[in-house]
Design a binder for this molecule. Structure first.
Ligand code: SAH
Length: 214
C-alpha cells in the first residue's frame, strides 16, 4: 500500500460526502496525487487534513476542498489549455496537469516557483510550463485559454485575464474588498461580454501585482 493512502482516501471521501464535490475525474486525481510531497517534511503528516497549510514565504497550500471546487468549476476537458496564477506549492498545478491538455502556471515568488517546478518535473508532467512573474498580466503568448484559475484574492477581475480567455472560456478567481476575505467568482466569457456567478465566501492570500493589490 502507498504511503498516506488511507488519509488520502479519507480526504476524498470527505470531498465527496461533506463538500459535495461531484466531478469524479477531480476526485480520482486527488485520490492518486501525493499531496504530502507538496509540503515541508514536518507537515507531511498533516497534508491530507481539511485545511490550508503554510508553505514558504508566508504563503499557503490551499485547503483540499477549495482546490477541488475551483478545479470542478473550470469544467476541464482533456484538450483544454489552462492558465494558473499563484502556483504556490504546485499541487493545484499538478491536478490541472492531470486533467487538462496544456497548463501554463505562474508564481510571483521565485523560491516557490523553483520548488513547484522541481516537484512538477519529479512527477513527470510534460504538459506543464511554469514561470516566475506577475500573473495578473496573464501570459499573452500562450493565450487564448479555455480556463484560467487564480489561487490568490484580488480587488477586482484583472482585465488582461478576461481578454486572454476564449469565448466560452471560464475564469475562476477569489475577489474581495479587503486583502483577507473574498467571494469565489466564476466569470464566463460570451460573445456578448461576460457573465459572473458567485460561489460563496473564501479566504485566500492576496493577489499582488499590476492588476491586483499593489
Ligand atoms: N494553489 C496553490 C496556492 C498557493 S497560495 C497551492 O495550493 O499551493 C497563492 C499563491 O499566489 C502564492 O504562492 C503567491 O505568491 C501567489 N501570487 C500572489 N500574487 C501573484 C501574482 N500576481 N502572480 C503570480 N502569483 C501570485
Amino acid at each position: 500500500m502507498n504511503e498516506y493512502q488511507i488519509p488520502r482516501e479519507r480526504m476524498v471521501q470527505r470531498l465527496r460526502e461533506h463538500y459535495q464535490i461531484r466531478d469524479e475525474r477531480v476526485l480520482d486525481v486527488m485520490a492518486k496525487l501525493p499531496r504530502h510531497l507538496f509540503v515541508a517534511e514536518a507537515l507531511k503528516v498533516q497534508a491530507y487534513k481539511d485545511n490550508a497549510l503554510p508553505i514558504s514565504s508566508n504563503q499557503t497550500i490551499s485547503q483540499p476542498f477549495i482546490v477541488a471546487r475551483m478545479t470542478e468549476l473550470l469544467e476541464l476537458t482533456p484538450q483544454a489549455r489552462i492558465l494558473e496564477i499563484g502556483a504556490g506549492s504546485g499541487y493545484q498545478t499538478a491536478i490541472l496537469g492531470s486533467l487538462a491538455g496544456q497548463v501554463f502556471a505562474i508564481e510571483r515568488i521565485p523560491v516557490l516557483a523553483k520548488e513547484a517546478q522541481e516537484r512538477i518535473q519529479k512527477l513527470n508532467f510534460h504538459n506543464v510550463t511554469l514561470r516566475c512573474a506577475d500573473g495578473t498580466n496573464g501570459w499573452e503568448v500562450y493565450a487564448p485559454f479555455d480556463g484560467i484559475l487564480v489561487a490568490a484574492g484580488g480587488p477586482s477581475i484583472p482585465e488582461p485575464l478576461v481578454r486572454q480567455l476564449k469565448i466560452g472560456g471560464r475564469l475562476v478567481i477569489p475577489i474581495g474588498n479587503d486583502q483577507k476575505t473574498q467571494k469565489l467568482i466564476r466569470v464566463m466569457r460570451t460573445a456578448k461580454g461576460i457573465q459572473t456567478e458567485d460561489f460563496g465566501a473564501c479566504a485566500f492570500v492576496p493577489l499582488i501585482g499590476e492588476h491586483g493589490w499593489k
